[in-house]
Structures are given as structure tokens and as C-alpha cells.
Design a protein around this ligand. Structure first.
Ligand SMILES: [Zn+2]
Length: 282
């Protein structure tokens, strides 16, 4: 999907295993910046890498023209296709230092953040060629740069990218999508990160991994909704903490909170349990 002359969005459909034959259908966006060379922001999962490469051919370009992969963070649906891209191109990979260990050692990520079909989603480990930090300016094509903003909360090393020339903001998973499974490790830093993004002026397009591409007034409203969602979860967990025994497991707490959010499930992945437990740690 073409967003502007330079920017294309590509949606990767995938299945997230919940265990015991149960799956949740999910999707994630990655973004292509097309110039003399090509920059890819997040890679989607390994199984959709060929689809992404096919899309590039459809628009008259070639996967081997990808010279740079920018990763917003280390999670499987963002790094899963990275190895496949490296195999068809000589692209460099940039990411934040805090998420680097999980990108360079996916077995370790699987141990520390287990997802049943992790290795269906992730092709393998890749080396991070440059560690990005707040304020870094990355040159992705001749005369074209993108600015790095640290936006932790969803993961410690979550970063956003601002393509100032066209006022386009790429946020990865930093802004939660209302009504979907909330996934973050720190609610307070998540909110602070979104507030920081809201301060950027004249953002024309918000290109998140979870939401459909947004523009105009939707940009600020989507960020505001994301903050309210985290605050609502905080209220729910605070309320549950008053009524359930302190020894109640994180999984049970999470399931009860999800019910109050109107999300029906009888399975809770460790990464979602972590979200609700993070509200208990304040
Ligand atoms: Zn993520």
C-alpha cells in the first residue's frame, strides 16, 4: 500500500499460538522507504518475507536493493523476517542497544519471553550493525535522513523513527491499539513515550505496526486513545488488587482484567501476563 511517493506499508498476516492448538490471528505492518536504495522499517515474520519481496517486485524494485533494516524493537513479528532479508540483500541492521541481545540471540529471547510458535515466526538471529539512541540521525538514502526517538515501555529498547522531510512518524508498537491484547513491560514509561511523540509538531502520518496507517487529526487522537487505554488498565488492575487476594497469580489477574476489557480468552501468554503484572509493581 502506497502512503506517499516514498513510503509504502506492507501488512504481514500471521498466527500467534496460544498453546494446545489454539491460535490468534494477528497482523503487523512493516514499512518500506523507497529511494535510490530501499530502507525497511521492521521485517514482519519469517513466513511472510517472500510476500514482502514479491511486493517489491510488483512495484518494480528488487529485494537486493534493501540496504538498511531499522528495527523498532526485538519482538518476533518485527525481527522475524530479518534473516531472510539479509540472505537476499547486503543490508545493514540498526536497533537500540537495550533490545540488541534478543535480536542477536533469538534462543535467549525465546527462553526469556516464550511464545509457543516463536520459531515459526522468527527465521533466526541477526547481528546489529549499529546501536541507535535518542537523537541519532540515520542516513537511509542520498540526502535523506530519519531521526531516532527512544520510546521505551513496550520493550526497554523500543524506538520510533521520524522522517522529518515528509513529517512521517513510525512508532512500532509504542502506541497500544485499543481493544487488542495490551503488551508492554512498563505502563508509566509507555505513557511518557506517547506523550513525547505527541509533542512532535505537524505529524502528517502515524505509521504504527498495530494500527492501520493514520493521518491528519487521527494521529493525535490515536495517541491519546493509547494513553487512555493504559490508564484504564491501571484502574482495572488497581480495582482488582483491592478485591482479590495478593497471592493471586499474574495469569489469573490478567484473565480477570482482560474480561473487564471485553477481551474474551481462556489463555494468557506470558507476555500479556507481564503487562498486567507491570501495573502491580508501581
Ligand atoms: Zn512488540
Amino acid at each position: 500500500m502506497r502512503i506517499t511517493e516514498t513510503i509504502h506499508a506492507f501488512k504481514h498476516p500471521f498466527r500467534l499460538a496460544l498453546g494446545e492448538g489454539q491460535y490468534a490471528d494477528r497482523s503487523v505492518y512493516s514499512y518500506l522507504l523507497i529511494g535510490d536504495t530501499i530502507c525497511l522499517i521492521d521485517t514482519g515474520v519469517s513466513s511472510t518475507s517472500l510476500l514482502l519481496q514479491g511486493y517489491l517486485k510488483e512495484i518494480g524494485r528488487s529485494p537486493d536493493e534493501i540496504s538498511l533494516v531499522l528495527l523498532t524493537h526485538a519482538h518476533p513479528d518485527h525481527i522475524g523476517g530479518c534473516l531472510a532479508i539479509k540472505e537476499v540483500s547486503s543490508s545493514l541492521v540498526y536497533a537500540h542497544s537495550a533490545d540488541k541481545p534478543w535480536i542477536e540471540n533469538v534462543e535467549r529471547q525465546y527462553q526469556e519471553r516464550p511464545i509457543p510458535n516463536f520459531f515459526e515466526l522468527v527465521g533466526g538471529s541477526v547481528v546489529v550493525n549499529r546501536e541507535l539512541k535518542e537523537g541519532d540521525i540515520v542516513s537511509w538514502d542520498k540526502g535523506k535522513t530519519i531521526r531516532v526517538l527512544e520510546t521505551p515501555g513496550h520493550s526497554p529498547g523500543s524506538i520510533s523513527f521520524f522522517y522529518e522531510k515528509e513529517r512521517i512518524l513510525f512508532t512500532g508498537d509504542a502506541v497500544p491499539a485499543v481493544g487488542t491484547l495490551p503488551i508492554y513491560v512498563n505502563p508509566q514509561t509507555s505513557i511518557e513515550s506517547i506523550r513525547k511523540l505527541q509533542k512532535l509538531s505537524l505529524v502528517k502520518h502515524l505509521l504504527s505496526s498495530w494500527h492501520e496507517p493514520m493521518s491528519g487529526d487521527q494521529v493525535h487522537a490515536t495517541m491519546e486513545e493509547g494513553i487512555h487505554y493504559i490508564q484504564k488498565i491501571d484502574e482495572i488492575v488497581t480495582d482488582l488488587n483491592k478485591t482479590i487476594p495478593p497471592e493471586t497469580s499474574g495469569a489469573e489477574l490478567g484473565l480477570r482484567a482482560l474480561e473487564r476489557l471485553g477481551i474474551k480468552t481462556n489463555k494468557i501468554l506470558p507476555m500479556v501476563r507481564t503487562t498486567f503484572e507491570s501495573h502491580r509493581k508501581k
